[in-house]
Write a protein that binds this ligand. Sequence first.
Ligand code: HEM
Length: 543
Amino acid sequence: MLDLPLSLIVFTVCAAALVLVRLYRSRTHHSIAHIRGPPAKSMIMGNIRDMAYQESVGDLDFKYMKEYGTAWRLHATFGKPVLMISDPKALQHVLHKSGYMYPKTTQSTTLAFNITGRSIIWAPNGDIHSRHRKIMNPAFTAPQLRSFLPLFRRSSAKLCQMWKDQILSRTPEGTTVVVNTWLARTTLDVIGEAAFDFDFGALDNTDNELMKAYENMFADSNMYPTVWNAIFQAFWDYLPDKVLEQVRHIPTREYRRMQSTLRLFIKYSQRLIAQKSAALASDKSSKDVMSVLIRANASEDARYKLSDEEMESQMSIMTIAGHETTANTITWMLYELAKHPDYQDKVRAEIALKRAEIIARGDADFSIEDLESLEYLQAAIKETLRYHCIVYHLNRMASQDDTIPLAYPIVSASGEMISEIPVAKGQIIMLNIAAYNRLPEVWGADAHEWNPMRYVEDKVDPQVRVGMYANLMTFSAGVRGCIGWRFSVIETQAIAADLIENFQFNLPEDKPEIIRVPAGIMGPMIKGREGEGMKMPLHVTAV
Ligand code: HEM
């Protein structure tokens, strides 16, 4: 804080005084007091520390959902009440039916700003966000994304070849491979080419500066927040935007890490946009996301255009949202297949049959339709997205008084059954993706088991439909749902099919205990060896 200007420090102190008054007032307006939940562990930290320090994402969420039902109350810093919801009707109401009525919290927006600048994920609800989304939508249509299939397959073929040449040629009996880092490098190259027609070179060169800047960024900047940082963030609600924009300059581990990565992305982004804008004047055919964006922006009415800063920021959100999420999903899927070898054999047999069909009809590779017809593979992807959702919580705030309906009534503190929850303006709501994805009422009594057969046997019969894909909350829902969900699903199908066709995955002999760490996004680490960063070692053998 020492190198912050004096005026900022004075302002922050005054704001802090204001905050204390407001906190006192807000505690007297406790509209969700009748909702049950665990007691706060501490006056200052509430239940925040417990949630952020869960050994594996979901440990507490699943416990509370079992005890209290699909909605419960937690306490954030200084006892601020937070409504947790995992009920499908409530999630649909907040994310979908209410449009922009439940904006992101100041904390979420400020962190999004720190990490991505003025990108779509930062964009405040309403006019600004819809302007971003309108310019970005043309880059994410189904035909546009289908055209990326050859790129996805080329990248996965490169990964397979590298594993064969660099690792397995020396150990034909197979060896342990840290699959998540290889997959993150592959998906980084994919997003580079698909989104910017840019070669990150991550598979070829591990020294690459963008790759290094990004590696373990989530764990370094988000995992296990310090008490001072949690307290500091509690004040953000009361600070004006201009002050919040300076938060990124605070010289501590969390903020420094985000700031240096963003700075690097903006440097590359500026260069790319300049090159592309010049090239697009003569060649209108480029299909990468950034070119589509530049074209859409150029043809937009001046009032709705994205500014230079907004355009530059999209590169960092697309890289951040678009690669490790998919890499981790494929990683968890390979892990589950290693734990379920019979199912893995079924997927491989199904792929081999389809390969024979493709050869017989004289085609060179799988089409989208071929991939989509792989029933066991599709089921494994859906089940992994359900079971190991990479984004596990989303924060929202009621912008006006409202009533949230529940599909599954809960018991209130006074023992009454309630099927709706009135919320006051300003109420913080945590949308619990991880818990909804394990709700027995939706997924069945075996919701806590990884069982892709539930899709094959068509056992999923949701009463309320939510989400962008497969009735899952994994890609969120509604106006701010994941714009890249289709991109991710096609990429996962393409890469996973190639890996399973070429390799057998088993758990390593020493069977390290893998935990799902809460690092803003959920990723794998080896229990007791968290200092090594995200890691999923699997025994890989060529087939
Ligand atoms: C398994 C993979 C993925 C998961 C689990 C995932 C999940 C999500 C979630 C939960 C959100 C909502 C975040 C919020 O409300 O704050 C989101 C938004 C977003 N995602 Fe994804 N995502 C994935 C892949 C991708 C890919 C591949 C791309 C781009 C190519 C992408 C781009 C975005 C963008 C730009 C947003 C912001 C949308 C907006 O605010 O309108 N995502 N994603």
